[in-house]
Design a protein around this ligand. Structure first.
Ligand code: ADP
Ligand code: ZN
Length: 432
């Protein structure tokens, strides 16, 4: 299903042509209206019209998260404050929050992108959308909200938390589309069973739009099994409007990035050199029509692979494969790079292991991947259950798949704190 068939089915050549036109315009706009950009360009010996085509993009200096922090709160504004109609901030997962501003034009574009995202997933005006992303400064709540309204669906704005009420409403309102973080979706499933619901019978769920944190294929399967829906991966970030940057289509092999609004590249995070598509690199985005806060070559610190092959769904907008995590989240254990999402992938593929885990960074065990993970409720009820055997198996799997030494502790079900928003997977004891 398409929300905007004309744009969604544009051929690669047409997308590139549009991108080139828009790139020239936005560079001129940023140069003329944001002093930081004019200064940067001058420092690099560039003028706005030095950027003539897509190949010239490489010359444009990067914009970093720190630039946004340094210009807190309004330093990157390209319009007078009187034109701003909304202000959000990032969740501040990795430091002081960064402020993002929107004109009415920006909000309209964002809602349009969210409307496409809902439609790609199969959501229609006949659906009841329960939106359990946080409403407030975080962009998740309002982003999904406006998109669902734009397509004419009925939105139940539950926001995060209040899990029992979420479940009651899910049943009573006949919620068919659930929006929240994947970790909260799992928690909702677990809580539903505990509260005596039979999710597959009592709920009417068919689609889940999950994002805002890294998750794995195994987690997708677990969520789908417990809630009886089809789970879609959604990626975005507040600096780039919020959610809405990309979503998986029905083929579910990567997330399409809307090429009419975003130019995406991957770079080597160390050298800053552009790397060819198909290889893992740091995602860098240029926003092509942003009015309040144009961002040129914004370094996300998220690592992913770009795939430009034509997709069976009929869309030629480039795809990114699953975002494996932020470069900041990468752990280095005994010289080996490990992402929490890889650990999750291994844990969740083992029967008997529960859905919740934590990676512990302990001063005394730095040479090992130290993981605490719950056993599943079913396994503890099994009379043949042998905890030590399962523990050893988890250690061995982690060691063999990730090629690091591992230390595993199994915990009883429901002992690791649940989160209603982004899950905290890594606990660094050195910081406490
Ligand atoms: P913060 O940067 O403070 O967490 P945001 O709420 O804007 O604020 O979070 C955006 C970040 O969340 C992205 O940069 C990325 O690291 C992560 N993220 C969002 N969606 C996904 C997803 N589908 N898969 C993996 N990571 C995601
Ligand atoms: Zn597709």
């Amino acid at each position: 299903m398409f929300w905007n068939r004309k744009i969604e089915t544009m051929k690669p050549r047409t997308i590139k042509k549009l991108q080139e036109e828009r790139l020239r315009k936005i560079v001129r706009y940023a140069y003329d209206n944001v002093p930081m950009y004019k200064k940067r360009f001058k420092e690099c010996g560039l003028e706005a019209d030095s950027i003539k085509n897509l190949e010239d993009l490489e010359k444009v200096p990067f914009t970093m998260k720190d630039d946004l922090r340094r210009h807190y709160p309004y330093g990157i504004l390209a319009v007078p404050l009187s034109k701003i109609v909304r202000i959000h901030a990032s969740s501040g997962t990795t430091g002081k929050p960064t402020v993002v501003t929107y004109t009415q034009h920006d909000l309209d574009t964002w809602s349009e992108l969210m409307a496409r995202i809902f439609t790609v997933s199969g959501t229609t005006r006949n659906d009841v959308v329960q939106n359990a992303y946080g409403y407030g400064l975080f962009t998740g709540g309002l982003g999904f909200h406006y998109g669902a309204e734009r397509i004419g669906a009925a939105v139940v704005p539950t926001s995060t938390g209040n899990t029992k009420k979420q479940l009651m409403l899910m049943k009573d309102m006949k919620t068919s589309v659930l929006c929240c973080t994947p970790s909260y979706a799992l928690y909702l499933g677990e809580a539903a069973v505990k509260e005596g619901y039979e999710p597959l019978k009592d709920f009417n769920l068919r689609i889940g739009l999950f994002g805002a944190e890294p998750w794995s294929e195994e987690m997708r399967r677990r969520i789908e099994d417990v809630l009886g829906l089809r789970a879609f991966d959604v990626y975005g970030m507040s600096e780039l409007y919020g959610p809405g940057v990309s979503i998986e289509c029905e083929v579910q092999q990567g997330m399409h990035i809307w090429g009419d609004e975003f130019l995406v590249e991957t770079i080597d995070p160390k050298s800053g050199e552009v790397i060819e598509n198909g290889k893992l690199g740091e995602l860098v985005f240029t926003m092509l029509t942003r009015e309040a806060m144009p961002l040129l070559r914004y370094r996300t610190r998220d690592l992913a692979v770009i795939n430009e092959e034509e997709c069976e769904c009929g869309r030629c907008h480039p795809k990114i494969m699953r975002v494996s995590g932020r470069s900041d989240d990468m752990l280095i254990i005994g010289g080996v790079n490990v992402f929490p999402s890889q650990v999750e992938h291994v844990l969740m593929s083992i029967e008997g292991v529960g859905d919740h885990y934590q990676i512990i960074i302990d001063r005394d065990i730095l040479d090992k991947l130290y993981v605490k993970v719950e056993t599943s409720l079913e396994s503890t009820k099994d009379k043949h259950y042998n905890e030590e055997k399962l523990r050893r198996r988890v250690e061995e799997e982690l060691q063999s798949v990730l090629t690091v030494k591992a230390k595993v502790e199994l915990l009883p079900p429901e002992t690791i704190p649940r989160s209603v928003g982004k899950a905290k997977r890594v606990l660094d004891l050195r910081k406490s």
